[in-house]
Design a protein around this ligand. Sequence first.
Ligand SMILES: C[S@@+](CC[C@H](N)C(=O)[O-])C[C@H]1O[C@@H](n2cnc3c(N)ncnc32)[C@H](O)[C@@H]1O
Length: 312
Amino acid sequence: MKGIKIKNLISKFKMATKLGDNSAMKEKTLNIGYKRTCSCSEKRINCLTGKEWVKDQVAIQEFYYTKDDIRDKNIHPATFPIALPAKFIEMFTHKGELVLDPFVGTGTTLVAARQAGRNAIGFDLKKEYIDFARKRLNQTTLFNHTEQILIQDDAINVSKYIRPETVSLCVTSPPYANMLNKPRLNKSMRADLRKNEHYLKIQQYSNNPRDLGTMEVPEYARAMSDIYKEIFPLMKQKGHCVVNVNDLWWENHRILTHVYLIAALEKVGFELRNILIWDKRNLVNHVGIFGYPSNYITLGSTFEYLLDFWKP
Ligand SMILES: C[S@@+](CC[C@H](N)C(=O)[O-])C[C@H]1O[C@@H](n2cnc3c(N)ncnc32)[C@H](O)[C@@H]1O
């Protein structure tokens, strides 16, 4: 009996990770768990204790990379630490519920979801990233009753795969418009370290015109609005949507990407609830002098926004 149960689990697990190859299932909604499996009371938004809740109330948060994180820019130019989606998964979901990452890259959010016992679906336009994420998930031998499904597709197509009102949390780091789409100058680094292996490299994700990383900010904001319009009906009532974003510094002007994004998501029905700051000072090193002595510009690499919306 026990043997059969384990066999079923293994085949379910294999199916889930195989689904990155989604050619056979186009236009099909996925049958994935989304109901809580913990014994918390209905009105609770998470399983946190009062002590843990107090820590999360602080609007400035630091995250650390661990050995399970991917930091090699040759694999992917912009990953976030597992601890970041993990924080919001703990804050806005219960065990067994469903998490969505529409721009999943190397699959970090799905790793965090698996570790926390949540179901999850992740999308990325680029096959290479989905293949990498699938391998990464296959390496985690954690057995639980949840599934993490990877889909290589444009995030605009989310509603073809996911049933309405099933997602408790959408957490992601989308491209920050076309920020990576120019030669890297490493201007904020110390002069003697500037010409490193990434110097003058363009680290864009792809040339696909649907890649948000190829778009100028106004076009990018429209595309984000269109994608979140598709995500909106998939969210449970009061489900949260967290977007990690940074402003851009371009030709001596500050471009307020986070403001564009707030407008884009509010336009399709989301309501901004909180702004958290990802304090990145623990990750910044080899800083050089920048703008001195005529032009005061804060280092863009020292913090990023974590915009928290909900479906009202
Ligand atoms: C900042 S990265 C996400 C990285 C991820 N958080 C991680 O830790 O690996 C943004 C991702 O969005 C993907 N992307 C860009 N446009 C997309 C679109 N229209 N639909 C789906 N994915 C897209 C890119 O390929 C890229 O991997």
